[in-house]
Design a protein around this ligand. Structure first.
Ligand code: PXP
Length: 238
């Protein structure tokens, strides 16, 4: 069975827009788990634009909740991550001006640093995955760096699906990378930009064991939940 990791960053985005307490990401984490999420993913960005350190700490202290913390490889963030004590960590590239994570890690450029971080997390019993572009070269490097898992960047694939373009080549690239990763002992995850349709396609790849999905889940939930909230308000003001 494939697992669903629910990324709740954008609950915090909404909360921060008002600068108050609602909607609460800690409540969202508990609620998503109750509804069937296998784990919760949060990205502690360098500029803390959504999830804050205090949110991450609170979410990681919820009993029986598996938390996957996404972080960059900057020393300050790595140090903080150890204090937050998540179950899993996914190392991602981070560029201050980007709206979202734009691609996989540059493994070649950051080899020494990533190897050192993985060693440190291993010592702390934290499962580490590397967010990479779906290529055999990056999969092999991830294994050689000592990672437990790879998360394949599905952004390009998801966009092709959304634009109704030819997906064959990109689908095959993800499939080939997934098969190779499993063969050399890595667990395979996938994420970025996924919606119902693109996820359905990727479910055909049996080696993918976990999806991490955020923006679409939170965005689509507005439409699923709007009816209930409107009806409740109409009842109150009647
Ligand atoms: N996986 C990783 C490593 C990410 O950086 C992100 C975005 O924060 C996601 C998954 C979720 O992407 P989306 O919000 O587009 O579903």
């Amino acid at each position: 069975m494939k697992r669903l990791g629910v990324n709740i960053d954008h609950v915090a985005t909404l909360r921060n827009a008002r600068g108050e307490f609602h909607p609460d990401p800690v409540y969202a984490a508990k609620f998503a788990k109750k509804l069937g999420a296998d784990s919760i993913t949060i990205h502690l960005r360098e500029d803390r634009r959504h999830i804050k350190d205090i949110d991450a700490k609170k979410i990681c202290s919820v009993k029986n909740l598996l938390v996957n913390l996404e972080i960059s490889i900057r020393d300050e963030i790595v140090k903080n991550a150890l204090k937050i004590k998540p179950n899993f960590i996914c190392l991602v590239p981070e560029n201050r001006k980007e709206i979202t994570t734009e691609g996989g890690l540059d493994l070649k450029r950051n080899e020494k640093k990533i190897k050192k971080i993985i060693k440190l997390f291993k010592k702390n019993n934290i499962r580490t995955s590397l967010f990479i572009n779906p290529t055999q070269r990056d999969v092999l490097m991830s294994r050689n760096f000592g990672a437990d898992c790879v998360e394949l960047h599905t952004g390009k694939f998801a966009n092709l699906v959304k634009l109704k373009k030819d997906i064959k080549k990109e689908f095959y690239r993800i499939k080939k990378s997934s098969k190779f990763a499993e063969k050399i002992g890595l667990e395979v995850h996938a994420g970025h930009g996924l919606d119902f349709k693109s996820t359905k396609y990727l479910c055909k790849i049996k080696e993918i064991k976990e999806f991490n999905i955020g923006h679409f889940i939170i965005g689509e939930s507005i439409f699923f939940g709007l009816k209930k909230v409107l009806v409740q308000f109409k009842k109150i003001i009647r």
